[in-house]
Design a protein around this ligand. Structure first.
Ligand SMILES: [Fe+2]
Length: 148
């Protein structure tokens, strides 16, 4: 790993941990959601965790390409993530509120990776981080639309 990339790798590790945690949380909600919005939320959550599954692989492999080691355990993710995993059984509206907030958290994680990458002219990571921001901002909009 070049010393130059250390900050980028650190930020990507956090983005990976947040993405993994959010994937599991979103899938948890996909399985356990109930109520009159069941069908639309079940499908919305599925689309979101499916995207995250692909993103996780992309982020982890970017860490490897930069010479870092990709974290890959629940223990490591729990330590690195800002997003809190779900251990309760919230109502559908709470699920949507929680995920909407988590989208903002992960946009901030992507922002940190973006800034670190910009500092060293790491354009592939800049591109990856911008792509993740766009998707999570769109997710936030879709989740908020369910609350209005
Ligand atoms: Fe399913």
């Amino acid at each position: 790993m070049s010393k130059k990339s250390a900050k980028v790798i650190e930020a990507l590790e956090k983005l990976l941990a947040d993405s993994y945690t959010l994937q599991l949380k979103t899938q948890n909600y996909h399985w356990n959601v109930t109520g009159p919005s069941f069908n639309s939320l079940h499908l919305l959550f599925e689309a979101q965790y499916t995207d995250l599954a692909a993103a996780i692989d992309e982020i982890a492999e970017r860490i490897r390409a930069l010479g870092g080691k990709a974290p890959g355990s629940f223990k490591a993710f729990a330590k690195l993530a800002s997003i809190k995993e779900e251990t309760e059984s919230p109502k559908a509206t709470e699920m949507v509120k929680n995920l909407a907030k988590d989208q903002d958290t992960i946009v901030a994680s992507a922002e940190k990776a973006l800034k670190a990458a910009e500092e060293i002219g790491d354009e592939p990571t800049v591109d990856l981080a911008i792509g993740r921001q766009q998707i999570h901002q769109k997710n936030a909009w879709m989740l908020h639309a369910h609350l209005e």
